[in-house]
Design a protein around this ligand. Structure first.
Ligand code: TTP
Length: 354
């Protein structure tokens, strides 16, 4: 099954939002600063006009001012950026339910095979520009790794498509440092041992040698060099947790009563998991005593499940092990997290259609 993965990154995000709120700043070298706006602060981001002078994120303001004395410096306003980011993410979720937000200004999105992924990507870029007045760069590829690397090669206001089958060819001329995780230690070793500079050089190193040098990471590097990556989109639904809790009218001292409530809540949690097409690996018990001290205890299973009996068994065991029976219970709760999505219906249809 060929996937259509979009990687989207907003351009000079904080600076673009500042320009949106104050159009007089447009087209000017602009620095959004964190910390002290005068000298001790650092550059959170710089507009592309300021980047021409060598200013970049994480640089000290003193140095940034030296490189670009005419830059306008404004303090970062995180709350405002979060609001604009949320609008972008909501727009993406309108375009596909499979959205993975990576950071405040970056996301992956998967488009179903029966839709045209490139047309969807174009529409997203147009809508972000017209409806939200923000500019972004989008790459379309068959997996997350290639779309992420491709996106960075065409910033800002870029658009790039890597057709399925062209991944390795596209990556070959790029510096090996473009592979996420290939930091300076890895790069130095690759250079010293095999004279690797580009991703293409890396693809020529035998996999066994990479394994011997880097262990599991070696296998990752070998796959990455060939443009291979099968990591799934992790949606927000999968990162949340599902829980129920009950505050008692009167503090409870009897195990039977606690277990009765616990069983009911376990059933409720299991129902919600099934309804959301999710499975969970971790079961959590929450206890609040009469004096308001609260504790949570959890157990993590080997495999994800959505089974009421399993949740109940573990929740009861946690209660058995951790409830200090000398103390009355004011609140009891049970929850699950470490959620994974059961393959959604459209994905199953796709696999059957293959
Ligand atoms: P980035 O996506 O790294 O950069 P950017 O959006 O400013 O520019 P571009 O992607 O076009 O190169 O970061 C997103 C935002 O996160 C950025 O606008 C400001 C903030 N940020 C910091 O606060 N400190 C940092 O060191 C970095 C790298 C980013």
């Amino acid at each position: 099954m060929v996937r259509q993965i979009l990687h989207l990154d907003l351009d000079a995000f904080y600076a673009t939002v500042e320009m949106l709120l104050n159009p007089a700043l447009r087209g000017k070298p602009l620095i959004v600063a964190m910390g002290d706006v005068n000298t001790r602060g650092v550059v959170a981001t710089a507009s592309y006009e300021a980047r021409k002078f060598g200013v970049h994120s994480a640089m000290g303001l003193r140095e940034a001012k030296r490189l670009c004395p005419q830059a306008i410096i404004v303090p970062a306003r995180h709350k405002i950026y979060s609001e604009h980011s949320a609008r972008v993410m909501n727009l993406l979720r309108e375009m596909s339910p499979r959205v993975e937000q990576v950071s405040i200004d970056e996301a992956y999105l998967e488009i179903e095979a029966e839709r045209d992924g490139v047309a969807a990507a174009r529409e997203i870029q147009r809508r972000i520009h017209e409806e939200l007045q923000l500019s972004c760069t989008i790459a379309v590829a068959s997996n997350k790794l290639v779309s992420k690397i491709a996106c960075n090669t065409v910033k800002p206001r870029g658009f790039i498509v890597i057709p399925n089958g062209d991944e390795e060819k596209f990556l070959a001329p790029l510096p090996v440092g473009k592979i996420p995780g290939a930091g300076h230690v890895t790069r130095a070793k690759l250079k010293a041992k095999w004279n690797v500079e580009t991703i293409g050089d890396l693809a020529r190193v035998p996999i066994e040698e990479l394994r011997a040098e880097f262990g599991k990471n070696g296998a990752y590097l070998a796959d990455a060099a060939r443009g291979m990556d099968d990591s799934p989109i992790i949606t927000d639904r999968a990162t949340k947790s599902i829980s129920q809790e009950n505050t008692f009218d009167r503090d409870v001292r009897t195990r039977d009563v606690l277990e009765k409530y616990l069983d009911e809540m376990c059933a409720g949690v299991a129902r919600e998991l099934v309804a959301e097409e999710l499975k969970a690996r971790t079961i959590i018990l929450k206890l609040r005593y009469e004096d308001f001290t609260t504790m949570t205890r959890q157990v993590t299973l080997r495999a994800p499940m959505a089974d009421e009996t399993i949740i109940r068994k573990h929740a009861r065991e946690l209660l058995q092990q951790h409830w200090d029976t000398r103390r009355a219970v004011r609140l009891l709760g049970v929850g699950v997290h470490n959620l994974v999505e059961i393959e959604g219906t459209w994905q199953m249809e796709l696999q059957m259609g293959e």
